[in-house]
Design a protein. Sequence first.
Length: 254
Amino acid sequence: MIEARGLSKRYGELVAVDDVSFSIAPGEVVGFLGPNGAGKTTTMRILTGFLPATDGTAAIAGHDIFEDPLAARRSIGYLPESPPLYPEMSVEGYLDYVASIKDVARRARGPAVDRALERCGLVDVRRRVIALLSKGYRQRVGLAQAIVHDPPVLILDEPTVGLDPIQIREIRGLIAGLAREGSGERGRTVILSTHILPEVEAICRRVLIIHRGRIVVDRPLEELQRGGASLEEVFTRATTREGIDEPVAGAGAP
């Protein structure tokens, strides 16, 4: 469902992403981890078509993001770290607007908005102005705009940043539910970037760790934690000198 092959992004002498390759199957929920500046957000922006790669190729649901960008984007629901909300609009009006720019047919737009409102727990605030919502509810609106066109792939960048513990738990449950409720038999494919390791443990079944622009770990979460190792220990080894000097369990492609 997601295929990345040899993706690189350079800014002059700076290499932000360095020969990144991975694939994510339909229905997989994958945690994408790495320290600040490791290349997570750059990789995700390349996959969503918001940023061109210097080298490499990528495809979403079989559509090459460089050769067939419109079809690739229609297959993606993207939640950036700062959701693209219009605070002066109502929740319902905003989602209707997003549905229109994502090419949802006029006749199908109302039902699509209704489904997104229901799935994201926004029915009771559908007529509220977005500026008057709590941060937790604004994050729900961000998720609703990502799924209003019912995409098979969700790409989520720090979806719980800045939320309180109760809101974090609610959004985690919402993401897990959205992954299961996709239109395909196996649910949606989800790639989730976060600094919150318990979030990955609660939602994801596979982990990618990027460090200095390169993938250093690509393994099922269960395999990484075999023998009692915590995800924090695996992450620390993979992103510190200890992990560079010694082989990291689970590093490399399966």
